[in-house]
Design a binder for this molecule. Structure first.
Ligand code: UD1
Length: 427
């Protein structure tokens, strides 16, 4: 089992580039099912989740090839399968993204139910309800979603919750449906907007991308695209916290601040200097001490739940009390007990965590429980005294492209080791 080993206390200094966004790359790959040709994407991050998605598509008959760094070619001219098996879906919930486009293309899709997940129940009921409104017949059998629809028909869909992948799934199902679909209370996340842009480039007719109301007029056929995936706003935010927690000074290149307004606002409140330098990137300086700030996670443009754990790591060292409310997922405080093992003072009451800043953290062996929790433990480790060993590093590999390499290039003492090869490797 891989682990990340950090000797804390180094100040981060230098330049770093943000990779392509995981949550934009996965729906982009799913959208290729809607064309019968070769699509090409650049700035695709090399991640475990991208590899899982590649396996899912290859299992259906697609051919995916890396063509140099960050460039991926997807040939969907030979799709024959309709099944996303349990073995793949269980490792990544976002596998559900193939349901809508596969149904649109093949008239049939069989996708394993994602099931429970470490950060909450996370049902897919809204995906299924929306697809039924588009005319699909859906049964749940032996742990699988079995959907059929010889031809999907446009519909008026209201989402009870602005689900991100749900909006994406329904948008992909609707682009070639007969007639017009309106999705109300749609998710407005930049990744949803980017998927709409990709679909429009493929020839779809979508209005309202990035707003709460999407109007999709069905078209006959889509064509292949060449598209560059946007930078990962969550990776950018994570790097900003890394600079803040180590009192560093770093130029972060390739990040789009317009996608990070809530995060940047809160990090400035916490004492970070964040200055856009036009083409060059964003200068982040964290040498003024960390001030406490409250956050509440909300759908975009609110503070992203995917940055909550990292922000909490920063607040453990703030000069005061901060109140962190998680409103998106019901069980997303699993990093709390691990941060406490490093000396953090945090109390959880329901969906709220009260963080009482401490003067110092001390390195400890800790366990990653999910993707963003693992990032928060790495961040805490950067600031802690002594050695932190974050086990189950595969969580980090799911969504961060070489985070330890990037942090090391900025001066952090961090490396990945294989714990199975013996504890002496840590020496
Ligand atoms: C996506 C992101 C994930 C992020 C999350 C919230 C991807 C691949 N993943 O996940 O990184 O943390 O958005 O910003 O883009 N819900 C239902 N029924 C449904 C669907 C969702 O009740 O059918 C609930 C969920 O349990 C959760 C809330 O809606 O409480 C938001 O979830 P959702 O936006 O669907 O998250 P994902 O799309 O899974």
């Amino acid at each position: 089992m891989k682990a990340i080993v950090i000797e804390g206390g180094e100040r981060l200094v230098g330049e770093v580039r943000v990779s392509g966004a995981k949550n934009a790359a996965l729906p982009a790959l799913a959208a290729t099912l809607l064309v019968n040709d070769i699509c090409r994407f650049t700035n695709v991050p090399h991640l475990r989740d991208v590899e899982t998605f590649r396996a899912l598509l290859e299992n259906l008959g697609a051919r995916l090839q890396w063509r140099g760094k960050g460039e991926m070619e997807v040939d969907t001219s030979n799709i024959k399968g309709v099944t996303a098996p349990y073995e793949l879906v269980k490792t990544m919930r976002a596998s559900i993204l193939i349901l809508g486009p596969l149904l649109a293309r093949m008239g049939e899709a069989v996708v394993s139910l994602p099931g429970g997940c470490a950060i909450g129940a996370r049902p897919v009921d809204l995906h299924l309800k929306g697809l039924e409104q588009l005319g699909a017949q859906i049964v749940l059998e032996h742990g699988y979603i079995k959907a059929k629809a010889p031809k999907l028909k446009g519909a008026q869909i209201y989402l009870d919750i602005p689900t991100v992948t749900g909006t994406e799934n329904l948008m992909m199902a609707a682009v070639m449906a007969k007639g017009t679909t309106v999705i109300e209370n749609a998710a407005c996340e930049p990744e949803v907007e980017e998927l709409a842009q990709i679909l429009v480039k493929m020839g779809a007719d979508i209005e309202g991308a990035g707003t709460k109301i999407l109007t999709i007029r069905g078209v006959e056929k889509l064509r292949p695209v060449v598209y560059s995936i946007m930078p990962d706003r969550i990776e950018a935010g994570t790097l900003m916290v890394a600079v803040g927690i180590t009192r560093g000074n770093v130029l972060i290149k390739g990040c789009r601040l317009e996608h990070l307004e809530a995060v940047v606002g809160k990090l400035r409140e916490a004492g970070l200097e964040i200055s856009p330098l036009e083409e060059k990137g964003v200068r982040v300086v964290g040498d003024h001490g960390i001030r406490s700030a409250d956050i509440k996670t909300l759908p975009y443009p609110g503070f992203p739940t995917d940055m909550q754990a990292q922000f909490m790591a920063l607040m453990t060292l703030a000069n005061g009390i901060s109140v962190i409310s998680e409103t998106i997922f019901e069980n997303r405080f699993m990093h709390v007990s691990e941060l406490s093992r490093m000396g953090a003072d945090i109390r959880v009451q329901g969906s709220t965590a009260i963080v009482n800043g401490v003067a110092r953290l001390s390195g400890a062996p800790v366990m990653a429980t999910d993707l963003r929790a693992s990032a928060s433990l790495v961040l805490a480790g950067l600031a802690a005294e002594g050695r932190t060993v974050v086990s189950r590093a595969y969580h980090l590999e799911r969504g961060y492209e070489d985070l330890e390499g990037k942090l090391a290039s900025l001066g952090a003492k961090v490396r990945k080791v294989d714990l199975d090869e013996g504890a002496d490797k840590l020496g």
